[in-house]
Design a protein around this ligand. Structure first.
Ligand code: SF4
Length: 467
């Protein structure tokens, strides 16, 4: 494939290229920009103006250096084999192919995209979004030959982005809703995705009817369509085989395929639990589930949440701990649609184990939360640290309240035990109030003094020779 005449190179070697803030010319989307999206729509042959790239709003050269802007990427595709089921599959590859372009960094997906254009690339001549569009068309047509016609529109006009953003959200929601009608028990085959192995080499997404991909972009129907139309691509069937544990979601076929595709790094996977053998997480997850040992509960934080979660950690810190394709007990990347799954953390207690999530996320998945638990799940408005969370859960009589009381009682010192009096040695004066005593390691008693002053009249330090 030739990219002759392009101002920058286009090659898989640029995948993984990071553009830091000080090196960026401009950025599109990301946390500071509320409206951004990428959307692929299947259309008829007549509706697509092949190989055309349109820009609605200011182009790169008209933007102010160092600023963040809204962006909509709208792609229309047509072809005899192009069907609606393939829209999300093609859409997910925007991330991959954009990252082949030298000087463009693309992160995340759907309504959450974040793109940076590097200063160096801009200086080399990447002064128009049309280069990016042309590169996408060539790459898509070469890698997905069933796409016969393709047209790309970049929308940078803020009003138009907002208009299309609302439509895009409706389309994403409709796609997600399709998979809700079937259950894991109804099918013999799940599907896998290894698109993210380029940066998380052991990661294998297992996509079942009740478990959407953790990036949220592919459900079971999408992955099936992708595996059928492009059998050599990153999506493949997983015959689920014998069910080894229906509660934890362990399947013989899944274990076998995951072991093979992760080159033996991951041998067992529980699809409905974040403990023991959780699903691996790459880095594209929409949300992170995190265990909070102090209340024995599960918290969630989504990518767009700014600030620290109730455990004191922001999304980015937890993402570093969760991602990379390794199994991390107590941390798990999930897609937002998984909140609506009947298998939602089934082995860990499901919704009854959920204790905290940002208010924005709680509102977004409101329809999935059992009504009797809705007010018992804290947000950042109710609790910003674990002590406040405990208090909230006890006050609201959360299903974990009894467990929290038990844990607190076990940790408290025996109330009736009277602390022994401290006897000062000669030459040592101690003043203060003894407030408690706990057994000391190795025997004896450790006395706790509050507000104590210790004055020592004479201190002799002697060297002791080792025999
Ligand atoms: S997160 Fe999973 S489904 Fe999504 S692109 Fe990566 S590997 Fe594929």
């Amino acid at each position: 494939m030739s990219f002759e005449g392009f101002p920058v190179e286009v090659s898989p070697i640029y995948e993984g290229e990071r553009i830091r803030r000080e090196d960026m010319y401009v950025e599109f989307g990301g946390g500071k920009v509320p409206h951004k999206f990428e959307l692929v729509l299947a259309a008829s042959m007549e509706e697509v103006e092949d190989e055309s790239v349109k820009i609605v709003g200011p182009d790169l050269s008209e933007l102010k250096e160092g600023e963040s802007y809204p962006l909509g990427i709208l792609i229309k595709v047509a072809g005899a084999k192009v069907e609606k089921d393939l829209e999300p599959v093609i859409e997910r590859r925007i991330h991959l192919y954009t990252n082949y372009v030298e000087g463009i960094m693309h992160l995340n997906q759907r309504y959450d995209i974040w793109i940076r254009i590097g200063k160096k690339a801009f200086k080399k001549g990447l002064t128009s979004l049309s280069w990016w569009g042309k590169a996408l068309i060539r790459l898509f047509k070469a890698e997905m030959p069933f796409i016969e016609k393709m047209e790309v529109t970049f929308i940078t006009d803020p009003e138009k982005v907002k208009e299309w953003y609302d439509k895009a959200i409706e389309i994403y929601n409709a796609r997600d809703a399709r998979a809700r009608a079937i259950r894991d028990e109804d099918v013999d085959t799940f599907y896998g995705c290894v698109l993210c192995q380029s940066f998380a080499p052991q990661h294998v997404c297992v996509i079942s009817p009740n478990r959407v991909s953790l990036c949220g972009a592919l459900n079971w129907f999408d992955a099936r369509a992708a595996a059928n139309v492009d059998p050599k691509g990153p999506n493949f069937p997983i015959p689920k085989g014998k069910c080894l544990d229906p509660i934890k979601g362990e399947y013989e076929g899944v274990n076998e395929v995951v072991a093979k595709r992760s080159l033996g790094a991951v041998k067992r996977v529980y699809l409905y639990s974040m403990f023991e053998y959780p699903h691996t997480s790459c880095g594209c997850f929409e949300c992170i589930a995190f265990y909070i040992p102090e209340v024995d509960g599960i918290g969630f934080v989504h990518r767009g949440f700014r600030g620290a979660a109730v455990n004191g950690l922001p999304f980015s810190t937890m993402a570093a701990q969760t991602g990379g394709g390794i199994q991390t007990e107590g941390f798990l990347g999930v897609g937002i649609e998984y909140f609506r799954s009947p298998k939602f953390f089934q082995a860990d207690g499901g919704w009854a184990r959920v204790v905290w999530m940002p208010s924005e996320l709680k509102e977004r998945v409101k329809d999935a939360i059992p009504p009797e638990l809705y007010d018992k799940i804290a947000t950042e408005k109710d609790a910003t640290n674990v002590e406040e969370l405990k208090k909230f859960l006890l006050e609201k009589d959360h299903p974990l309240a009894a467990k929290i009381r038990e844990m607190e009682a076990a940790a408290a010192p025996p109330p009736e035990e009277k602390p022994p009096e401290a006897v000062p040695a000669a030459g040592v004066e101690i003043t203060g109030v003894p407030v408690g005593a706990v057994p000391a390691a190795g025997g004896g008693v450790r006395i706790i003094l509050q507000g104590a002053k210790i004055s020592i009249k004479k201190l002799i330090i002697k060297r002791v020779e080792k025999k």
